[in-house]
Design a protein around this ligand. Structure first.
Ligand code: FPP
Length: 246
């Protein structure tokens, strides 16, 4: 993987909010906003690769999104199927490894196979890991991890729980971005965002372009991450997150 300066977060996570409002402002159906959201995601993946970000995690469909109007839910499923067919070969050429994180067992067979095929096709890629949180909720993730440990009769510790969770294959997010002007976490990465920096953007997700990403990264670069320690300790440790977490 290309190395990025320390001021660039290794792992960015995004709540891609505001597709519906973007569409409404233009007198378009909500689904047009989601379609534009897919374009924005493609642009964001490229921009992250170019900046040396190593992991990008996006909230594509929450456990709660099933309760949206049926037309919107099936439209989102159709968009995902189309995006998989169209984008995965190109993502793979760009060195992106795609992982789907969420409850897969309740998805249709066709949908599950599509997700698994995308994962298989991109498994060896190392420039960027793209985690797509789909049928995902932070509470679901903590619960399923605890259930796994209980079923195996394992002791529950921070480390064992962490290892059983959906994002065990990547370090925790350094920066969590939420677009669309809302300032809440909405059941996203409840465990993994314990020490993440947050950046809230007024822009709707389809309008979140490279300049907006750079603004979020610059804001992150100016933060002091203390992981519960004092400023003096942080300066002594040379501001290395790994040293501070230990
Ligand atoms: C939130 O905007 C966005 C979503 C619920 C879906 C995000 C999905 C994408 C960006 C496309 C990629 C994913 C798939 C599944 C193809 P909102 O609809 O809540 O916007 P609003 O708050 O303005 O109504």
């Amino acid at each position: 993987m290309p190395s990025a300066p320390p001021s660039v977060p290794l792992h960015i996570a995004i709540v891609m909010d505001g597709n519906g409002r973007w569409a409404r402002q233009r007198f378009l159906p909500r689904l047009a906003g989601h379609a534009q959201g897919v374009e924005s995601l493609r642009r964001c993946v490229r921009a992250c690769v170019a900046r040396g970000v190593q992991v990008l995690t996006v909230f594509a469909f929450s456990s709660e999104n099933w309760s949206r109007p049926q037309e919107e839910v099936s439209g989102l499923m159709g968009l995902l199927a189309k995006a998989l067919a169209r984008e995965v070969p190109e993502l793979s050429r760009d060195g992106v490894c795609v992982r789907f994180v969420g409850e897969k067992s309740s998805l249709s067979d066709g949908m599950r196979k599509g997700l698994e095929q995308a994962e298989r096709l991109t498994v060896g890629n190392t420039r960027l890991v793209l985690n797509v949180c789909f049928n995902y909720g932070g509470r679901w993730d903590i619960t399923q991890a605890a259930a796994q440990l209980a079923a195996r009769g394992e002791v529950i510790t921070e480390a064992s729980l962490h290892a059983a969770m959906g994002l065990a294959h990547v370090p925790d997010p350094d920066l969590v971005i939420r677009t669309g002007g809302e300032m809440r976490i909405s059941n996203f990465l409840l465990w993994q965002a314990a020490y993440s920096e947050f950046f809230f953007s007024e822009r709707f997700w389809p309008d979140f372009d490279e300049a907006a990403l750079d603004e979020a990264i610059a804001c992150y670069g100016a933060r002091e991450r203390r992981f519960g320690r004092t400023s003096e300790q942080v300066r002594q440790a040379g501001a290395q997150p790994e040293a501070l977490r230990a």
